[in-house]
Each structure stands twice: as C-alpha cells, then as structure tokens.
Design a protein around this ligand. Structure first.
Ligand SMILES: Cc1cc2nc3c(=O)[nH]c(=O)nc-3n(C[C@H](O)[C@H](O)[C@H](O)COP(=O)(O)O)c2cc1C
Length: 246
C-alpha cells in the first residue's frame, strides 16, 4: 500500500490542521501518516555543511526521524500557515535541516501537494517558494490548495488531489512533463555533482542520473533536451574554469 505523509507546519491544530484533516479523510485507500512538526524537536541548522560534504548532521534532535519519515513516503502533503507572507518558521527550519536534499534528493519522482492557510495575504509568496522547493527536490508538484479566513471550509478541489493520486502510481510517472525550469534545475544540480561535491557524484552515478536529461524517463520534448544540454555544458565550462583559476 502506498504511503503518504501529511505535515502540519502550524503549532496549532486549527485552520491548516483542519484543511489537512479533510484531505486525509479523502485518502482512505492509502497508508497515511499525519505529522505535526511542533510535536518534534527540530533545532535550527548551524550552517556547518557537514550534511552536504559528509552526509551526516551533528545536531542531536528529532529532525532525522522526521526527515526519514518524509523521505520514505511515496507522496508528500505539506500544509503551512502564512506568517508575515511566508511559510511558518517551523517548516523553514525543517527544510533547512534537509538541505542535503537539494543535492541528493530522496523525493525524486514523488507527488507533492502544498496547502496554505492565511487570514488574507501572503499565500502567493509562500506558494512561489514552495513551488521552487518542489523543483529542487525533483518532486512532481501536483498543485496548491490555498485558503483564506473566509473560505477555509470551502470544498476541496478535485484537480490537485486527483493528480496527486495519479502520480502515486509508478506506471504514471513516465507521463510526467517536467517544465524547462525543472530541466535547468536538474542540469544545475548535475553540474554541482560532477564538478564540486564528490559525495554527490557518487550518489548521482549510483542512481544513474549523470547521462540523463532528467532524473528518470518521462516526457521531455527535443527543445527542452537541447536547452538543458547546452546549459549544462556552458555551466560546466565556467565552473571548471573557475576551479582551475582559483
Ligand atoms: C506570526 C503570524 C504572522 C501572520 N502573518 C500573516 C500574514 O502575513 N498575512 C495574513 O493574511 N495572515 C497572517 N497571519 C494569520 C495566519 O496566517 C492565519 O490565521 C492562519 O490561518 C493560521 O493558521 P493555523 O490556524 O493553522 O495556525 C499571521 C499569523 C501569525 C501568528
């Protein structure tokens, strides 16, 4: 049975929580784990970059437990209240602790759905950030559900939820059409893997990503393939030249 994790990034069990609970009630055929970040101790990143270079973190808290639960899921739903026009601090701290996922993502090809809850403003900025995160993680972004104080109880949209369910099935992933942004982000990460971090290179090689236009076989037209290839070559040239000069 496919596993889904739902993450509530509010300390309260109020608006975000209730939207997420309504979503959970539509996922009867799956093994769903509902997590509230505030139930876990997640300390802020100290910026040592040991996770990037050596693959481990010195900080002793619950973040590894939480990140492991997320990485082992087949689909991820993240809900956050809007605080000062952005995601909550709880969520940002957790994302920072998973910084290595930008380089070695365990979420490649998994559907992700974002939920925001606000009084009135700020969803747009937060959704932009979260959508970029979906690109960096190589996930299949199946959309956003944003609610304001006067429409919290509005019916859930079928489109995003149906798409989320669709991409949970492995045989559908080949139908995914990553945008050019995804292809260019993949190329950037590949350049870093090939030229900068040895740990990334080992991981990318073992996963078979190095010779591909994207992480896995899916629908990429010739135009995107060519742009991605040229971009990769140019970026590799400049980074290699910079390394030789320094
Ligand atoms: C620190 C803080 C900052 C907030 N910033 C905004 C904001 O920028 N725009 C807005 O419309 N609502 C803002 N709100 C209101 C919350 O986004 C809103 O009440 C949300 O539904 C709370 O979700 P929750 O019930 O799941 O905690 C803020 C609330 C707090 C506590």
């Amino acid at each position: 049975m496919k596993k889904i994790v739902i993450i509530n990034a509010s300390i309260r069990k109020k608006s975000t929580y209730s939207i997420l609970k309504r979503i959970e009630s539509t996922l009867g055929n799956y093994n769903v784990e509902f997590l509230c970040i505030s139930d876990y101790e997640v300390k802020p990143c100290v910026g040592c970059e040991n996770c990037l270079r050596n693959g481990s973190c010195f900080i002793k808290d619950d973040s590894e437990k939480l990140l492991t639960k997320i990485s082992e899921a087949d689909g991820i739903i993240i809900g956050t209240p809007i605080y000062l026009r952005q995601i909550s601090g709880y969520l940002k701290v957790l994302i920072d602790r998973g910084c290595a996922w930008y380089h070695r993502s365990p979420l490649v090809g998994k559907p992700i759905l974002f939920v925001t809850s606000t009084q009135v403003t700020g969803s747009k900025q937060a959704i932009k950030y979260l959508n970029d995160l979906a690109v960096q993680w190589g996930t299949i972004n199946t959309g956003n559900i944003s609610r304001k104080m006067f429409d919290h109880k509005k019916k859930l949209p079928n489109k995003q939820l149906n798409l989320f369910r669709y991409y949970l099935e492995d045989e559908h992933k080949c139908n995914y059409k990553p945008s050019l942004k995804y292809i260019l982000e993949f190329a950037t990460q590949k350049v870093l893997a090939v030229t900068v971090l040895p740990l990334d290179y080992e991981y990318w090689k073992a996963k078979g990503y190095i010779d591909k236009p994207y992480f896995y076989n899916c629908k990429i037209n010739i135009f995107k393939r060519i742009i991605g290839y040229i971009y990769y070559k140019i970026l590799t040239f400049f980074i290699t030249k910079n390394k030789t000069n320094s």
